[in-house]
Design a protein around this ligand. Structure first.
Ligand code: ADP
Length: 411
């Protein structure tokens, strides 16, 4: 991508018949195949590059030489007994090594050479002159992380200056010393501890991100959120660039409710989040909407962690189209498919002044990856109009008036 980061996401396994396999856990299957060292499995047709930059020429390579690797890496590949690239390697490696870097999701059955492919990409993108983590590889389990690290060590055996470290359970770190290794391979929880909690390395300096067994990771409750969190931390700043911002003039709280009713048909086409300032307002709004037969989810501070997760799961899976929530919880929400955000109350600080940071966090998207979105701010008086103006001035982005009584405007 333009900002120089590669998100080499999702190299996952599929069983030979293309089914997800109803017997064994795919991460476990993949591990077993690796441990058994069965060697390369011949792919028939279960090879699938799901997402590539459309501008990239879809070329493939028939030899490792054609990849123009560092000679030491080529030596490492041959020392492992690889003569020619496997099918997935032939197809994926030109993209994985492309400049400028590109994102990729690839899928093929276990044992077809995916790990070797992304490890090669990881190794070839390290800048050994910089002594900080640049490559981050997330694995669903301790064992898989170790296996991947072993492949990296073997493939990089002639590049002794490339340093690797495992971020897995049992690995101790000196909390006062920044991590200097170039490549980190580990499990999401440990990675978050080191990168976010202890700040032992800078997530923003990661240029290659690998999510191994991506389908497994995304389907696993705890891992899902952690992976997305890590990914977010590496991305560029949030912005309002792709967001259309509106305000609606209302008389009072009931007027705001009328506005919500008028736009409900539009906002529930996709998914929407409505932010309220207090738990009381959130509960009031949810009750009113429910009475009017709108199906809404409510996320508020009085729920237990389990209850919150359950609410978010339902919303993520589309069971409810509208989520009502309070300020306090806005930071925890990270739902990509939300395209409309309604500020039932504009975010303000304790003094009642515009809280621009929270506004950005509620509404902003990370530029390149974010889809476009719509923000609707409900204004019920001079005070909130002033807050709205302050936000507009702060971001130097126009917030247009929207007349919710007028169907044309809403369209
Ligand atoms: P996957 O990640 O798809 O499960 P691996 O990368 O672990 O597959 O590769 C499976 C096996 O094939 C490993 O033993 C690996 O060393 C071997 N292998 C990978 N690429 C090649 C290649 N190009 N030539 C020969 N053997 C290979």
């Amino acid at each position: 991508s333009d900002n120089g980061k590669t998100y080499t996401t999702g190299l996952s396994s599929k069983t030979a018949d293309g089914n997800e396999g109803d017997t064994a856990d795919p991460a476990e299957t993949s591990l077993l195949i690796k441990i058994l060292g069965k060697g390369l499995v011949n792919t028939k047709l279960s090879l699938d590059i799901q997402q590539k930059n459309p501008n990239s020429p879809l070329h493939s390579v028939k030899t490792f030489e054609a990849l123009h690797l560092k000679p030491e890496l080529l030596k490492g590949i041959y020392a492992m007994g690889f003569n020619t690239p496997s099918k997935i390697q032939e197809t994926a490696l030109p993209t994985l090594l492309a400049d400028p870097p590109q994102n990729m999701i690839a899928q093929s059955q276990s044992g077809t050479g995916k790990t070797a492919a992304f490890v090669l990409a990881m190794l070839s993108r390290v800048n050994v002159n910089l002594n900080h983590p640049q490559v981050l590889c997330l694995s669903p389990t301790y064992e898989l992380a170790i296996q991947t690290g072993e492949v990296a060590a073997r493939m990089g055996q002639f590049c002794p200056e490339i340093k690797l470290r495992f971020a897995v359970r049992g690995e101790e770190v000196d909390r006062n010393k920044r991590i200097s290794e170039h490549i980190l391979i580990g499990t999401p929880g440990k990675m978050l501890d080191w990168g976010l909690k202890f700040r032992l390395f800078d997530m923003k300096k990661i240029t290659v991100f690998v999510l191994d067994e991506a389908d497994v990771m995304i389907a696993t409750q705890g891992h899902h959120d952690q992976c997305i969190r890590i990914h977010k931390l590496m991305r560029e700043e949030e912005s309002l660039d792709n967001i259309k911002q509106y305000y609606v003039k209302c008389q009072n709280e009931d007027g705001k409710y009328n506005a919500i009713q008028n736009i409900y048909g539009c906002i529930s086409i996709g998914q929407a989040i409505i932010f309220c300032h207090t738990r009381r307002t959130a509960a009031w709004l949810a009750a009113k909407m429910t009475t009017d037969c709108h199906s809404v989810a409510v996320l508020s501070g009085d729920l237990t962690v389990e209850q919150r997760l359950a609410v978010l799961d339902r919303f993520r899976s589309g069971l409810e189209k509208v989520l009502i929530t309070t300020n306090v919880l806005s930071r925890g929400i990270d739902i990509e498919q939300v395209t409309i955000v309604v500020n039932f109350d504009l975010p303000v600080d304790v003094r009642g002044n515009a809280d621009c940071e929270t506004y950005l966090h509620r509404i902003g998207r990370t530029g390149r990856f974010g889809k476009s979105g719509i923000a609707i701010n409900l204004i019920d008086g001079e005070k909130s109009m002033a807050v709205c103006k302050a936000i507009e001035n702060h971001f130097k982005k126009e917030i247009q008036i929207l007349n919710t009584d007028c169907a044309d405007d809403i369209e």
